[in-house]
Design a protein around this ligand. Structure first.
Ligand code: PLP
Length: 390
């Protein structure tokens, strides 16, 4: 062997929080190797396929050589127009497709990049926890500091603004929120969103609302943050086709709302990526015009699964609330277990894999997340197996 360089990670990589799912991955691989018939309820990725009419539109679009060249940075105007029409129809929110809609390579991409546009080293970002790990990691990569807003049951899994010190609000530049929420499955009220607007205006904080789950609902339709009076003056909303249309693999999302905030995010993106494959944007226009009867069928599928799992867990004495939206159940671990212990117990004894709540941040300790991304038969089987070992 000749000489070799010493490879050393940058401190922003070294400073990443420990990957709490690593030990779960190991346990999962071990179980599969042992031949366990694993029921995996750990993934937030729809098991249902993308609806047929969207796939057909993609097949047609991919044939068109016009789409084989670099796309425009901000997204095709026709795609942004259809986002604007969808927002009008679904939420009654008016958006100018020219400067109030920005296409994203999945909403994760935009969420991860937005701190680069507005956060200087040392700046404070308000981050909900348990929550989507990209909020604190995007903050860290921009050199910012996360101030954790714990989401706990007592506050209906909404941040308790009254517990945040004045000086923190004064220092904060940006706030992430996410409703319907992953992982707690909680929904927000209009009153909560009004309070967010009030705080943002008072302390000059950019609000970034992650709305990926507004279309996965059961009874009441979830709100857009932009339906709140004044919201567009405070920030933006991230949305995605991933969960709504079973399109997680396609990588397309969008951000809407405040045009100055979108211009900042757009500036970062122009310098880093080259937009979304236009054929995907063409197919997404078709997706956004999907007949509601197709989406209602998808919601019914999740509803049947939710009822079976919720009732099954409830009967065993597990404490949890019945979600109004998202495809997650956020359940308290039985008192003799912590999150990791309960995950290990039901994996080793029942062959059912769920996600430990503390993997989404320490306030998630004492909970596990069940995802409704398996068939009714498998969910029934999971309930039967867990019942025997609890
Ligand atoms: C799935 C998910 C996303 C993003 O998904 P994309 O596929 O990147 O659009 C964003 N936020 C939350 C909370 C999610 O669960």
């Amino acid at each position: 062997m000749g000489k070799r360089i010493k490879v050393e990670m940058a401190s922003r990589i070294k400073n990443l929080p420990p990957y709490l799912f690593a030990s779960i991955d190991k346990m999962k691989q071990k179980a599969i190797k042992k031949g366990v018939d694993l029921i995996d309820l750990s993934i937030g990725d729809p098991d249902l396929p993308t609806p047929r009419h969207i796939v057909s539109a993609m097949q047609k679009a991919v044939e068109n050589p016009v789409h084989h060249r670099y796309p425009s940075y901000e997204g095709m105007l026709s795609f942004r127009q259809s986002v604007s029409e969808w927002y009008k129809k679904r939420f009654g929110v008016k958006l100018d497709p020219k400067n109030e809609v920005l296409s994203l390579i999945g909403s994760k991409e935009g969420i991860g990049h937005i701190p680069l546009a507005f956060i200087n080293p040392g700046d404070t970002v308000l981050v909900p926890s348990p929550g989507y790990p990209v909020y604190p990691v995007g903050t860290l990569f921009a050199g910012g500091k996360s101030y954790i807003m714990p989401l706990i049951e007592k506050n209906a899994f909404l941040p308790d603004f009254s517990s945040i010190p004045e000086r923190v609000f004064q220092r904060a530049k940006l706030m992430f929120i996410n409703y319907p929420n992953n992982p707690t499955s909680a929904s927000a009220t209009l009153d909560f969103f009004k309070e967010v607007v009030r705080i943002a205006l008072k302390y000059n904080i950019i609000v970034c609302h992650d709305a990926s789950y507004t279309e996965i609902y059961y009874d009441k339709k979830p709100l857009s943050y932009l339906q709140t009076p004044g919201a567009k003056e405070t920030g933006i909303e991230f949305h995605s086709l991933s969960k709504t249309f079973n399109m997680t693999g396609w990588r397309i999302g969008f951000a809407v709302g405040n045009k100055e905030v979108l211009a900042g995010l757009g500036k970062v993106k122009t310098n880093l990526d080259s937009g979304i494959f236009q054929a995907i944007q063409e197919a997404s226009i078709v997706a956004l015009n999907t007949e509601d009867r197709i989406l209602a069928k998808i919601r019914d599928t999740y509803k049947e699964r939710r009822d079976i799992l919720y009732n099954g867990l409830k009967e065993m004495g597990i404490e949890l609330s019945r979600p109004e939206a998202t495809f997650y159940l956020w359940a308290k671990t039985p008192s003799k277990f912590d999150s990791a212990g309960f995950v290990a117990h039901i994996l080793n004894k029942a062959g059912v894999l769920v996600t430990p709540g503390n993997g989404f941040g320490s306030p998630g300790e004492g909970y596990v997340r069940f995802a409704l991304t398996a068939s009714v038969e498998r969910i029934k089987e999971a309930v039967e197996r867990i019942k025997k070992i609890i």
